[in-house]
Design a protein around this ligand. Structure first.
Ligand SMILES: [Zn+2]
Ligand SMILES: [Zn+2]
Ligand SMILES: [Zn+2]
Length: 173
């Protein structure tokens, strides 16, 4: 499912407002980086995004991509996520509801899920300890269904973007 360009009007306005507030100029390179980021429904490192941008405009430097991702994060359009491999990944944040992650240590696949029960339990635990919860990030590591089936094969962990699988079910529903 490819989103049409027009659907990013709101995101573009937010970004423009943010860069103006930061005293920066609107540039074609920043616009391209934003466009490619919004079109890619993946967990991306700045390196991953850099290579995607390179395909369209080889003159864009890595630093520009990195700095633009930081701006997108400050503007609330992107969110940083870490999957325990010492890399910083970015995912869409604007209008994307809260979710948690399962990470396949064999192939790098990231499964997104939400469980109302787990969310409730976390709130209950916080209450129990008189802890005022501001946010949380639940990450589960293991082997995905496909990797378990082909566990006899030799796996190479891909260096590219982590494929994103969205699971909307919750246990018991
Ligand atoms: Zn959660
Ligand atoms: Zn896997
Ligand atoms: Zn995610």
């Amino acid at each position: 499912m490819v989103k049409k360009k027009e659907e990013f009007v709101e995101e573009k306005e937010i970004f423009l407002e943010h860069i103006q507030k930061a005293g920066l100029r609107k540039t074609a390179q920043r616009d391209l980086i934003l466009e490619i980021f919004l079109r890619t429904e993946d967990h991306l490192t700045s390196e991953d995004l850099y290579w995607l941008v390179q395909k369209q405009d080889p003159s864009v430097g890595h630093t520009t991509v990195y700095r633009t991702l930081k701006l997108l994060t400050e503007a609330g359009l992107a969110r940083e996520v870490r999957f325990g491999d010492n890399k910083t990944y970015y995912e869409h944040h604007f209008k994307h509801e809260h979710h948690d992650h399962m990470i396949c240590t064999e192939c790098g696949k990231v499964i997104e899920f939400v469980s109302a029960e787990i969310e409730d339990l976390q709130d209950q635990m916080a209450d129990k300890f008189g802890f005022r919860l501001s946010h949380h990030s639940l990450r589960m590591w293991g082997a995905c269904a496909e990797c378990q089936q082909t566990s006899s094969d030799v796996h190479a962990v891909p260096s590219g973007a982590q494929p994103r699988v969205r699971v909307r079910s919750s246990v018991g529903n």
